[in-house]
Design a protein around this ligand. Structure first.
Ligand SMILES: C[S@@+](CC[C@H](N)C(=O)[O-])C[C@H]1O[C@@H](n2cnc3c(N)ncnc32)[C@H](O)[C@@H]1O
Length: 229
């Protein structure tokens, strides 16, 4: 199984509905805070179920959602069909989007599933689709030295404040026996040192800086804000 197949299949990465709801609420608030203006055109790339997208769309002119998994695209289309400010893109529609049209290109918690060549190809897409005044935000990047204990601690902290500590403890046990864990051991997750990722941004026409804050609950992971150089 590949990561692509994993994300297109049935999986349970949230320990319960409360975890899922709090996750999407937090992601949406953090993304909304990055939207530069109400006129902005925003793309959430690798968006997943993006359940908080209506809150993001309320802060911008148009929110484009793109996820490589066909099943995710289908469910996004069903969920947001009534919202005029949300457009779910297919790969073809993303390719056909006019160059230099976006103000913000977000990739949250997805580059760990790409190898270096795939991440570099993504940087080229973002560079092409962004306006010269636009920004790319790549967040939830796993640092080179990170380990599963950091992720577990961050989840338990989120669960403690969110009132789902017991389900989170049980969830950690079931993660240990899950396909996610097997794939993580077999294929791995791509990790970066800050300097390496800044060098890649720069090789693809961006000037990037690490932000002091990450998107989402895990502040041991990293966020980078990049502007066309
Ligand atoms: C951990 S989820 C993150 C979802 C969302 N960004 C969030 O923060 O909740 C990773 C998502 O990236 C998507 N993905 C993986 N590889 C991708 C690629 N090459 N292009 C677009 N989406 C991809 C997966 O289908 C999955 O929905």
């Amino acid at each position: 199984m590949s990561w692509r197949e994993f994300w297109n299949g049935t999986h349970s990465i949230y320990v319960n509905e409360r975890h899922r709801a709090l996750h999407y609420d937090r992601i949406a608030k953090d993304i909304a805070a990055l939207v530069p203006s109400r006129e902005a055109l925003v793309l959430d790339y690798g968006c997943g179920e993006a359940e908080g997208s209506e809150a993001v769309a309320a802060c911008c002119a148009m929110l484009y959602l793109y996820d490589a998994a066909p099943k995710v695209q289908e469910s996004l289309r069903l969920r947001f069909t009534h919202n005029q400010r949300i457009v779910v893109l297919s790969s073809e529609a993303l390719e056909a989007m006019p160059d230099h049209s976006l103000d913000l290109f977000i990739a949250n918690s997805m580059i760990q599933y790409l190898n270096h060549a795939e991440f570099e190809a993504l940087l080229d897409v973002a560079r092409r689709k962004l306006k010269d005044t636009g920004r790319m935000v790549v967040a939830d990047v796993i640092p080179k030295e990170a380990n599963a204990i950091d992720d577990a601690k961050a989840l338990l902290n989120f669960a403690w404040t969110g009132g789902f500590l017991i389900p989170a403890l049980l969830g950690l046990v079931s993660t240990f026996f899950s396909d996610y864990r097997k794939l993580r051991d077999e294929i791995g997750l791509t990790r970066y040192a800050p300097q390496d990722i800044e060098t890649l941004f720069s090789a693809h026409g961006f000037s990037a800086q690490r932000s002091p804050k990450n998107i989402g609950h895990n502040q041991t992971r990293m966020m980078f804000v990049a502007e066309p150089a």
